[in-house]
Design a protein. Structure first.
Length: 535
């Protein structure tokens, strides 16, 4: 109410805007005076991620505004929107106090009143996500309760005399409300919280909602949607049971963690120069929806003071640990991203575009590996990921952990072996591939630059010793002497490959009908037995 300008712009504390933000947004009003609101694009900085707005840069009519607002193609935050002060006052579009997510309510009510907006695609707003903020500091159930309050208030607004009949009958809004109601009732129901689900259903039945005559007379509403509204003809208890029976198979648990795809973890100990190489490469990423964690082993070389000066790190600690894999496990305890990538001190991202190119490719496999630039003194060469994981790869090489995105759920289930000093990242992938049939895909972007001055490259003897113990444990080579001559070693590896081939053939045979299956197993078993005896 204190604003005196013709237009109002909302800017949250801690966020910041581009130098041309206001002039760029206002230029759209100068081009067309009938525009009531200009919506600019944004960039997220912090451990949360929303897809940037990608609507075409033009003006939008009232029908289009509702279509895109209630399908979340236009973001629901109030910031970065230049809006007519007269329009706000004339329509009474003030923020409701006492609730969180009041932006959602304001945006939905505003969308029902707007006649024309303009979109600016250039990012003009930098939205900072900090740990402990309103968006990240409360649990999911609390936020959901607040969103239910938003929905209640919006329904009151929608069916008041402040909206037109055209808006009340808009099918996009109807579908949005049905989907939100299903989610808010069926989520607690699916988790066994029947009391909360029932309370929300009772509240819903008290709303001034769409009349059944509207639902059954509207040809655009499918027969399934019409029949699913019949629960409202029954008593509260009977209606609740019918509603849950109708919707239990339609409700799917949303994967909230997918909103933030990547956690970057850096491990360091007395390597200040390495941190000064690694951290700037993280902060330079054009994809900013990551979470960044640094675990320092109690360094005394100025690393702690350097970490204190970095505002963009979401979590860091400087305290003694028992080794690199203990530190990596510590980092995992604080990881919230769907995938983790370990970019340890000294290594760095290949380019500022590495994450932006890689993240869209992370579509559900357990491990994704991209390319690596290996730097060995004056020598520089590239390493490209294998197309698939094989026994030969696991015996002779490894995936580049600096370029590997690993599913966080897998890493938290299968912690790094802290007894090793060098090979536990390779061991974890070997275990997951050999025993748990993990999924893996190679991706094309170059992800990291790796400096070959670490212990795995300078202490080849220890590396060889630790790898031998892992191979003995996983594939049973305890009777094979590691110091065999080259010819014997190759012969043993050939036998291992034959056993792996036999295992694959048996798995293929098991998919056939019983007669063909048994014959193929006997035939291949006899064949490989003869080869083992005479080779």
């Amino acid at each position: 109410m204190a604003a005196r300008g013709r237009y109002v712009y909302f800017l949250d504390s801690d966020d910041y805007i581009s130098t041309d933000c206001i002039s760029l947004l206002y230029s759209k009003i100068e081009e067309d005076a009938t525009v009531q609101m200009v919506v600019g694009n944004y960039k997220i900085i912090g451990g949360l991620y929303f897809n940037p707005m990608n609507l075409p840069q033009r003006s939008y009519t009232s029908e289009e505004i509702i279509k895109y607002q209630f399908t979340y193609n236009i973001y629901t935050m109030a910031w970065n929107k230049l809006v007519s002060r007269k329009f706000i006052i004339d329509n009474g579009l003030f923020f409701q106090e006492g609730i969180i997510h009041e932006d959602n309510l304001w945006s939905f009510c505003t969308a029902c009143c707007l006649d024309k907006i303009a979109i600016v695609l250039k990012p003009t707003y930098n939205y900072i996500i900090r740990s402990g903020s309103t968006m990240t500091g409360n649990d999911a159930e609390f936020h959901e309760g607040q969103l239910f309050e938003v929905m209640c208030s919006f329904v009151d607004f929608l069916f008041s005399d402040r909206t037109s009949a055209r808006v009340k009958s808009n099918l996009t809004i109807y579908i949005y409300l049905q989907n939100e109601l299903r989610r808010l009732v069926m989520r607690p129901y699916s988790e066994g919280n029947i009391r909360l689900a029932y309370e929300r259903y009772v509240d819903f039945r008290r709303w001034k909602f769409y009349p059944l005559s509207f639902i059954f007379s509207n040809r655009k509403i499918g027969i399934g949607q019409k029949l699913s509204s019949l629960h409202r003809l029954l008593s509260i208890e009977s209606g609740f049971r019918l509603y849950c029976r109708q919707n239990r198979n339609k409700y799917k648990v949303s994967n909230d963690i997918s909103r933030m795809k990547v956690t970057i973890i850096t491990i360091s100990y007395n390597n200040l120069n390495g941190l000064k190489r690694t951290i700037p490469s993280v902060l330079a990423q054009t994809y900013t929806g990551y979470e960044y964690i640094v675990i320092d082993g109690g360094s005394t070389d100025g690393s702690k003071e350097y970490l204190q000066s970095q505002e963009r790190i979401d979590y860091w600690v400087s305290e003694p640990d028992t080794g690199v894999y203990n530190a990596m496990n510590k980092g995992l305890e604080h990881a919230h991203g769907e995938y983790c990538i370990f970019m340890n001190s000294g290594d760095h991202f290949f380019s500022a575009l590495s994450l932006e190119q890689a993240v869209p490719l992370l579509q559900g496999a357990d491990f994704y590996t991209g390319g690596t630039i290996c730097i060995d003194g004056d020598k520089v060469y590239s390493w490209l990921p294998p197309s698939k994981i094989t026994l030969e790869l696991m015996l002779k090489g490894a995936l580049s952990h600096q370029a590997t995105f690993s599913k966080t759920a897998v890493l938290k289930r299968h912690k790094f072996n802290e007894n090793n000093k060098i090979v536990s990242d390779w061991e974890l992938v070997f275990d997951e591939w050999y025993y748990n049939k993990c999924t893996y895909e190679a991706i094309t972007p170059m992800i990291a630059s790796f400096y070959m001055d670490g212990i795995s490259n300078t202490d080849k003897g220890l590396d060889k010793e630790e790898r031998k113990k892992v191979i003995d444990r996983i594939i049973g080579r305890k009777k094979v002497k590691y110091e065999k001559k080259n010819g014997d070693e190759k012969k043993e590896q050939k036998r291992i490959r034959r056993r792996e081939k036999l295992r694959n053939k048996i798995e293929t045979a098991m998919k056939k009908d019983p007669i063909a299956r048994d014959w193929k197993i006997i035939r291949n078993g006899f064949k490989f037995l003869i080869k083992d005896i005479f080779n």
